[in-house]
Design a protein around this ligand. Structure first.
Ligand SMILES: [Zn+2]
Length: 93
């Protein structure tokens, strides 16, 4: 199970979440949005994987796996999906 790091996002915090905190989560768990102690809004910290790399790898496969959707610009106002769920093409107009 991955350990996710969270940090308070609104300026509200308690002793538990002030410096961020780590939580063991199942991939299937819904995204945590509040500190479990004080219920302040929190965001997930994006931290580098522990494989000695130079940073988080955001390849398309990982993005899809983590429930994100990624689009790349395919033309003026047109975006093609490269990973995740959602329409395969979105347009600005
Ligand atoms: Zn808190």
């Amino acid at each position: 199970m991955p350990i996710y790091e969270y940090q308070p996002s609104s300026g509200k915090h308690c002793d538990y979440c002030i410096d961020g905190f780590e939580l063991l989560r199942k991939i299937s768990d819904v995204n945590l949005e509040q500190c479990p102690q004080c219920h302040a809004p929190v965001v997930r910290k994006i931290s580098a994987p522990n494989i000695g790399g130079s940073g988080p790898s955001l390849d398309s496969e990982n993005i899809g796996k983590h429930g994100f959707t990624q689009y790349k610009r395919a033309g003026k106002g047109v975006y093609e999906k490269t990973a995740g769920k959602g329409p395969s093409v979105i347009t600005d107009d």
